[in-house]
Design a binder for this molecule. Structure first.
Ligand SMILES: NC(=O)c1ccc[n+]([C@@H]2O[C@H](COP(=O)([O-])OP(=O)(O)OC[C@H]3O[C@@H](n4cnc5c(N)ncnc54)[C@H](O)[C@@H]3O)[C@@H](O)[C@H]2O)c1
Length: 251
């Protein structure tokens, strides 16, 4: 039977690369995003390569939407095998401008948005006795402090707690929960002048990354795929850093 993976924020960036990687690996890919055009394009790309995929509009800040998408997918395909909780935003906001609303919005997408999709999918996984969940954290959540992004760093640190807690709670049900903490990866998020390094800063970052370059989205996607696969069957509660040696190389 074809395994089903649901990926949030799968229209562009790391989520898109993950969708393509899972499609190539033979999964039925449920591409979800707020970006419909981009999401449909990913579905077409997977289909053109001989894979199976479908797009569902899903804003992870909506509990009813998340539950409806999971219900619909389960009704047609059975329990979801893998969730990739990837959708995220990283807005640059200095502390003086960090209103409750801005703080809450980032947490709503980056942390609570993961719970909203995982929660309704777990009963199906439990009933079948297996499942894998992979959440996107960040080096900014596990190691670095990122100035003017403390809400983002806090949410991404929260993802570590989410992964560890759920891993223990769900282990006996055969469900593994792991995370990936990317370093600097070439996506819209990193290339944003307003919120992150921008194109010039991104290329310059290669100078202080041991491997001499920033990462590509597929280099994260392949690790997500591994964590979801049977090759990682004895791994749970872990956050794998994928950063070209950045964290171990700065001293
Ligand atoms: N690019 C990096 O260097 C980097 C580093 C560390 C962690 N990450 C994390 O990896 C994940 C993917 O990031 P990316 O670099 O591909 O970013 P991106 O900006 O290229 O893509 C983010 C995706 O999330 C979607 N999204 C945003 N808000 C949403 C919402 N409310 N509901 C549903 N989808 C929503 C976007 O539409 C987009 O498809 C994020 O969680 C990000 O924080 C990225």
């Amino acid at each position: 039977m074809t395994a089903t993976v649901l990926i949030t924020g799968a229209g562009i960036g790391i989520g898109r690369a993950a969708a393509v990687a899972f499609g190539r690996a033979g999964y039925r890919v449920i591409v979800t995003d707020v970006l419909a055009r981009e999401g449909e394009a990913v579905v077409a790309e997977i289909g053109a390569a001989g894979g199976e995929a479908e797009f569902h509009a899903l804003d992870v800040t909506s509990t009813p939407q998340a539950e409806a998408v999971v219900r619909d997918v389960e009704a047609r395909h059975g329990a979801i095998d893998v969730i990739v909780a990837n959708a995220g935003i990283a807005h640059k906001v200095p502390l003086a401008e960090l209103t409750d609303a801005k703080w809450d919005h980032t947490f709503d997408v980056d942390l609570k948005g993961m719970v909203r999709v995982i929660r309704p999918a777990v009963p199906g996984m439990r009933a079948r006795g297996h499942g894998a969940i992979v959440c996107l954290s960040s080096i900014m959540g596990i190691a670095y402090g990122w100035d003017e992004h403390v809400h983002y760093s806090s949410a991404k640190a929260g993802v570590v707690g989410l992964v560890r807690g759920l891993a223990v709670e769900l282990a006996k049900s055969g469900i593994r929960v792991n995370g990936v903490a990317p370093g600097y990866i070439r996506t819209a998020q990193l290339l944003s002048e307003d919120h992150s390094l921008g194109p010039v800063g991104a290329e310059a970052a290669g100078a202080f990354i041991p491997m001499g370059r920033i990462g590509e989205p597929d280099e994260i996607a392949d690790v997500v795929l591994f964590l979801a696969s049977n090759a990682a069957r004895y791994m749970t509660g872990q956050i794998v850093v994928v950063d070209g040696g950045l964290l171990v190389g700065r001293y």
